[in-house]
Write a protein that binds this ligand. Structure first.
Ligand code: SF4
Ligand code: SF4
Length: 315
């Protein structure tokens, strides 16, 4: 496994970051013990970094991971915008993962300089908590090039977690080349870069080799790459790939056949909350029910979290 310092944070992370969204309730819905079995194999193969978020519902899984590996590097994210909300989120994260500090704490899903400004109180609280030792580095996650432009003017954001993949699937306002230009600028300023959705939320699974080649070749500006994993074979494949080894071709073939999709279950009531939550304009209401356009859907599950009926899942 290859390791990098995450920008200038002093935090050393494995090139492969284990994304825990895919094991949570909106996707595979693994128990914490089932999740721990996957984490354990990844740790054996050199992974030292796990990504979660308040909304993913995977703090119990990460708690198990820390029990297996007490020095695990953990990143989490919150939508909080004011001081009170930020304090609640940080307390929830620390009690959820069972530790008195978290390595990286991010403002989740920022869109532009305006949303960064709108979250100023939360950011100031995180920076204060960083000085007190509860957080090691702060930053944001984003699907937006406009947000990266905003982040470039905020040097206090030490870690940026942008969406980038070979075809730019899921980037809300431009191309992969445009996103890459901002990533390179940010990295040159000393920011840590965690790449999100290198497989386009599942759309690039049939081109997995090329998609991974693309992201792994950005070694000059991407410190670590978050990938959600749901099986031991996926863990072993990715760990081999990220260590410069050749994975078992039979496993590569098996994984390339596994297509994921968004499932909208029959009890949908057509309220439209999911449509409003989808930045990719992949949902609309038809005959009183939500319908997804699979070509536009990045399988990010933001719609699932917005659904009051718990109707949406990625399967
Ligand atoms: S939010 Fe849920 S219930 Fe409402 S339209 Fe979307 S899937 Fe249906
Ligand atoms: S439909 Fe849902 S999962 Fe797909 S891109 Fe929109 S918010 Fe994300």
């Amino acid at each position: 496994m290859i390791y990098h310092e995450l920008g200038k944070t002093g935090i050393t992370v494995s090139k492969l970051c284990f994304g825990s969204l895919t094991m949570g309730p909106f996707q595979r819905d693994l128990t914490p013990a089932q999740g721990a079995a996957l984490f354990e194999r990844a740790f054996d193969l050199g992974v030292n970094f796990v990504d979660t978020a308040e909304i993913y519902g995977t703090y119990p899984h990460v708690r198990e991971a820390i029990r297996l590996k007490p020095d695990l590097i953990v990143c989490s994210k919150s939508y909080a915008y004011d001081r009170e909300g930020a304090e609640r989120s940080l307390i929830k994260a620390l009690s959820g993962i069972g530790r008195d500090y978290i390595d990286v704490f991010l403002m989740h899903e920022q869109e532009s300089i305006h949303t960064i400004r709108g979250h100023r109180e939360a950011l100031e609280y995180y920076i204060e908590m960083m000085r007190k030792g509860y957080i090691r580095a702060v930053g944001l996650s984003t699907h937006y090039i406009a947000c990266m432009d905003g982040a470039l003017t905020h040097p206090e954001l030490q870690v940026l977690f942008p969406l980038i993949n070979k075809r730019g699937i899921g980037i809300a306002d431009g191309t992969s080349d445009e996103m890459l230009e901002r990533i390179r600028l940010a990295h040159a300023q000393g920011r840590g870069i965690i790449a999100m959705k290198p497989l386009g939320g599942g759309h690039l699974i049939s081109e997995r080799e090329e998609a991974l080649d693309y992201i792994l070749n950005l070694d000059d500006c991407v410190d670590t790459i978050a990938i959600g994993m749901q099986s031991i074979s996926e863990v072993e494949y990715n760990c081999a790939r990220f260590s410069g080894e050749t994975p078992d071709p039979a496993v590569a073939e098996e994984l390339s056949r596994k297509k994921r999709r968004l499932l909208i279950q029959e009890w949908c009531q057509g309220c439209g909350a999911c449509v409003a939550a989808c930045h990719n304009h992949a949902l609309h209401i038809e005959n009183g029910r939500a319908v997804v356009d699979p070509d536009k859907c990045a399988l990010c599950t933001y719609c699932a979290r917005a659904c009051p009926q718990f109707t949406i899942k990625v399967i």
